[in-house]
Design a protein around this ligand. Structure first.
Ligand code: SF4
Length: 391
């Protein structure tokens, strides 16, 4: 079994210093009914696009410090890359950036792509962490969501992946129409039986212009009641924390040593370089995002021009983002940090606005650090919004 580092056993509680590279692979076999990410179901331009990803990496090599701690292939479906394409991207990264020896290198994969041959190919590459899009082990859920895999492939891919990778995360979705609490518990128990060390779990949300939204409008699918989300979230937190997982961010649960360094980089406001159509970047002051169109991206990068828009974050934007992301994590919000990064005005605002949540038992305070309590966890985004500063 490969244990090519990438897990965080030697890192500090606030994650590793240094930057992150995100690579967006904008292709999928078929469109999941709930998905609003950027992807194309035609893979005709895949190899051309990979060439352009490499070119973008070269064009932007000076935008981020030369101490890359995490690399993340997201999508779309990165497991659609073949070994030549993946190796070309790695060669470009290692030629143009200094990557830490124990960097976490994650690739998102869908179960239907993970044959033993593909897993062996990934194991032989610098990838040291797999994030597998299982979503559910029930056939009816997978069909409703139009996932490309079936429940047998979900199980088989994990059994196989475990033979080669130690650092594995899976995605599981709750709040699926028609999903009972018993079925949700069974999904979690299946993951626990397989001894998966990291689970990312999201509520199924109905995004605008998705097939799921249309089905609900037409009455073909019954919308999920708030109660189902709430109950299944509670089941999720209680089940995983009772089995040794730390609930270290609203949607993320890890065994000790298996918290995602890539996610930490985002939440802790570290610089990241986003490569590929629709990818976002952040350097501490500016946020940039690439065009969400494969052909326009290819043409623009081919002509040596970055197809991106830029926004400078104001102090208030940065404060609001800081409060939102930190409240979702185990780190919480430190008023000392607010004072240092944003100044007295923001600290006074935070202290005043958080009072009602402290009184209601939705937040708690230990010295100068504020956390959401178990009672408030499900409401954390709403609580954060109430703490925002409005200019
Ligand atoms: S595989 Fe992922 S990115 Fe592709 S359509 Fe499904 S959810 Fe969206």
């Amino acid at each position: 079994m490969s244990n090519k580092s990438g897990n965080e056993s030697n890192s500090s509680s606030l994650g590793r210093p240094g930057g992150a590279i995100y690579i967006h692979i904008p292709f999928c076999k078929q469109a999941c009914h709930y998905c609003d990410f950027h992807f194309s179901t035609s893979t005709k331009k895949k190899s051309q696009l990979v060439d352009m990803l490499c070119k973008e990496l070269e064009l932007r090599k000076d935008e981020i410090g030369q101490n890359i701690q995490t690399i993340y292939f997201g999508g779309g479906t990165p497991s659609l890359l073949n070994s030549e394409e993946l190796n070309l991207i790695f060669k470009t990264i290692f030629t143009n950036f200094q990557v830490a020896e124990n960097a976490e290198i994650t690739l998102e994969a869908n179960p239907d792509d993970l044959s033993e041959e593909v897993i062996k190919m990934l194991d032989a590459s610098p990838v040291n962490r797999l994030s597998i899009g299982v979503q559910s082990f029930f056939e009816k859920d997978l069909k409703l969501m139009n996932r490309a895999h079936n429940s047998e492939e979900a199980l088989q891919s994990l059994q196989l992946a475990k033979q080669y990778f130690d650092n594995i995360s899976i995605d599981l979705i709750y709040g699926i129409p028609g999903q009972s609490n018993e079925q949700w518990i069974e999904n979690l128990e299946t993951a626990l039986k397989l001894d998966i060390p990291h689970i990312s779990s999201y509520a199924l949300t109905v995004e605008p212009k998705t097939a799921l939204e249309k089905f609900i409008e037409k009455g073909k699918v019954k919308p999920v009641e708030d109660e189902q989300y709430r109950e299944q979230f509670d089941i999720l937190v209680n089940t995983l924390t009772s089995k040794g997982f730390e609930h270290y961010e609203f949607s993320n649960y890890g065994k000790p040593g298996y918290h995602s360094q890539n996610n930490m980089a985002y939440w802790l406001g570290k610089p990241y370089l986003g490569i590929g159509p629709s990818a976002h970047s952040y350097d501490g002051t500016f946020r940039k995002w690439n065009i969400s169109n494969n052909s326009l991206y290819i043409n623009s990068i081919g002509a040596g021009k970055l197809p991106q828009q830029t926004e400078e974050l104001s102090k208030t934007d940065s404060y609001n983002e800081f409060v939102m992301t930190r409240l979702r994590t185990k780190f919480g919000v430190s008023t000392e940090d607010i004072q240092e990064k944003f100044g007295e005005k923001y600290k006074v605002h935070f202290l005043k606005e958080s009072e009602k949540f402290l009184e209601d038992g939705l937040m708690e305070r230990t010295k100068n650090i504020f956390h959401i309590t178990s009672k408030g966890k499900f409401l954390s985004d709403g609580i954060a919004a109430d703490l925002f500063f409005i200019d």
